[in-house]
Design a protein around this ligand. Sequence first.
Ligand SMILES: Cc1ncc(COP(=O)(O)OP(=O)(O)O)c(N)n1
Ligand SMILES: Cc1ncsc1CCOP(=O)(O)O
Ligand SMILES: [Mg+2]
Length: 206
Amino acid sequence: MIFDRKQLRKYFVMGSQNCVRAPGMLLEEAARSGITAFQFREKGPGSVFGGDKIRLGKRFRDICKRYNIPFIINDDIELIDFLEADGIHLGQQDAKADEIRAKYPDLIIGLSVSNMEEAKSPQIEYADYLGAGPVFWTATKVDAKQATGVEWIEQLRVLYPDKPIVGIGGIKPENAQSVLEAGADGVAIISAITRSKNVQETIDQL
Ligand SMILES: Cc1ncc(COP(=O)(O)OP(=O)(O)O)c(N)n1
Ligand SMILES: Cc1ncsc1CCOP(=O)(O)O
Ligand SMILES: [Mg+2]
């Protein structure tokens, strides 16, 4: 799939551990409601492994294909081929973007950047987009770094005027606008969607 920065605009990140109801039905509803990308992040307490993870991933991938939404895998490079993923999101502790790029020239590659040292890494050149944050406080990622504030998005935008950037961490309808105004191309969201009582309304508000 050809990457377009517009696909970052409403980027839903989720694993079964984040869901209070059937994950497939939630993704289907989010896709119908207008998310522009999806990241399969099956990770942490309550997540599934092995064959169950692959089965769940295939289900999610099929939904994304039907809605023509990029299906991006978090961390797990072994699943790229298995799940025919459109992309991979890598953190600083994950596989190296240059190695993945050499193996998969057309794969969408996302890279997390949380501070100035990471932002100056030569790996950035191999990434299609940067995941910046956590912008605000979040309870969703247990090992999340300290919140950066929207100032971090502003700094990254100055450093990389043309690089697609998505903000992540504690983003909800009430603060999404401030992330976009700081220079992000989009917002990546877990709990504001998984815990929403009205998914369509939440995604519209974003
Ligand atoms: C879009 C996006 N941005 C940042 C992250 C965080 O990635 P990482 O730092 O590797 O942490 P984990 O998500 O793997 O726990 C992300 N997943 N997506
Ligand atoms: C995966 C991830 N990376 C940085 S913060 C975060 C969690 C985002 O979850 P939420 O949208 O619920 O704050
Ligand atoms: Mg990671």
